[in-house]
Design a protein around this ligand. Structure first.
Ligand code: SF4
Ligand code: SF4
Length: 407
């Protein structure tokens, strides 16, 4: 079932009928429902652990829910629609204004697309105390447009992957989406139009395909949005609305060709969840598929030292600090005719491996955190094998890392 004009991005292709996904089929929900095993559900429930950052930024575990914006804002009621509607005569001008407001409120990138009902969940996995909705309730979201926003994670903190430093950055990124998304939806309601905020803890839409349709980037081999400036280190959120808006078109930044030859994420994924093969058809969509179950289960290997794996995000060759040479490389790929792109991409990928490493990683200390690998001990009596730690290629970063990070 589709509504709105169907978009035709290059990085995924609609090849058959799509059904709406039930939110209970989504990875987080499946874990919470115990479908990936009791051990993993317990890990997710206790993820707060002893780290105060985790209790504040992630909530759950032994932390007080009132100390985290996530549980507080998840069930906050959204306000009413102002009865004095401001007329909109020029949807293109209104779209420009809304994007400016979203950036003013804190978003790094913004795009607008039709709200395709294929990307609205059919049923809820989580209830909402404010609206009285319960798990399993059908979702009715008849809005016409989706305003898609991206919030950039810090490049340097993600290079500490996987560690408590990258965890803190990931958690803060999710929290960052909340006030901006809430305020943008509220602003539109005060203009007299319905609007709903979809942020961390409160999504009833799939933000990635909507963001691709809204021109924020393309879908990568690792199943994530790739933005020209920020790569995949964007936390996404959405506001759906009926405010008349001009929509954006999907972009071609060359991800289709780069992902075909690169495969860096597939090579370094520790759980082998990213495919080396071609695209597959799932639910009427042709795209690269990742194994969400094995990706999730890899968290069990953290030995309590981290919570979320961001290796594929920080290793993606589109993930670079803001620099003229990155802008130039992306611009050149984009402007090169499609049949000639492989000639350019192959040497660029070789340079990427040479300078940034096959597995970008950086030793960092921040506050009392240190992401140096802990020694591996072997408890097999008489074992003579050399148990080396995972050896990361040291990355030379000329710019001092943000927030006092040191190598
Ligand atoms: S998050 Fe980690 S485990 Fe999951 S696909 Fe990416 S690299 Fe693999
Ligand atoms: S690492 Fe390479 S193959 Fe993987 S998503 Fe990024 S560009 Fe595509």
């Amino acid at each position: 079932m589709l509504t709105g004009r169907q978009r035709n991005p290059r990085s995924y292709r609609i090849v058959g009928p799509q059904r709406q996904i039930d939110e209970r089929e989504a990875p987080h929900s499946r874990v919470d429902l115990g479908e990936l095993g009791e051990r993993f559900s317990a890990l997710r429930k206790s993820r707060a652990g002893e780290d105060p950052f985790k209790r504040v930024l992630w909530a759950g575990g032994g932390g007080d829910p009132n100390n985290s914006l996530n549980p507080i804002m998840k069930d906050v009621p959204e306000g009413g629609v102002n009865p004095n509607r401001i007329p909109v005569s020029d949807p293109a001008k209104m779209a420009r204004n809304i994007k400016e407001i979203a950036r003013f409120l804190g978003a790094d990138v913004v795009g607008i697309t039709d709200l395709d009902q294929a990307y609205v969940y059919s049923h809820r996995a989580r209830g909402n105390a404010a609206t009285g909705e319960k798990p399993g309730d059908p979702i009715h979201l008849p809005h016409r447009y989706a305003i898609c926003m991206g919030f950039a994670f810090d490049y340097y903190k993600f290079l500490s992957n996987n560690s408590r430093i990258s965890d803190a950055e990931y958690g803060l990124g999710m929290i960052h989406t909340i006030p901006t998304t809430f305020m943008l939806a509220a602003y539109i309601r005060e203009m007299g139009y319905p609007a709903q905020a979809h942020h961390y803890g409160r999504y009833v839409v799939s933000p990635i395909p909507l963001a691709v349709n809204a021109g924020l980037g393309e879908l990568g081999r690792h199943g994530l949005l790739i933005n020209e400036e920020y790569g995949s280190r964007l936390q996404l959120s959405t506001v759906t609305t009926d405010l008349p808006l001009a929509v954006d078109e999907p972009v071609d930044i060359g991800v289709e060709e780069v992902c075909k030859y690169c495969m860096k994420c597939a090579r370094i994924c520790p759980s082998h969840s990213i495919s080396f093969g071609g695209k597959e058809v799932y639910n009427g969509v042709e795209k690269y598929r990742i194994n969400a179950d094995t990706c999730y289960k890899y968290r069990l290997a953290s030995r309590g030292q981290w919570t979320v794996c961001v290796i594929c995000v920080s290793s993606c060759c589109y993930n670079k600090p803001k620099a003229w040479w990155h802008t130039l490389a992306c611009w050149t790929i984009k402007k090169t005719p499609i049949p000639l792109r492989p000639l350019l991409i192959k040497p660029l990928l070789w340079i990427d491996d040479l300078f940034w490493g096959k597995r970008p990683w950086k030793h960092m200390k921040w506050l009392d955190y240190d992401n140096a690998p802990t020694p591996v001990t072997c408890n097999i009596p008489g074992c003579q094998a050399k148990h080396a730690n995972l050896q990361h290629k040291r990355l030379h970063v000329t710019k001092p890392a943000a927030g006092g990070l040191v190598s």
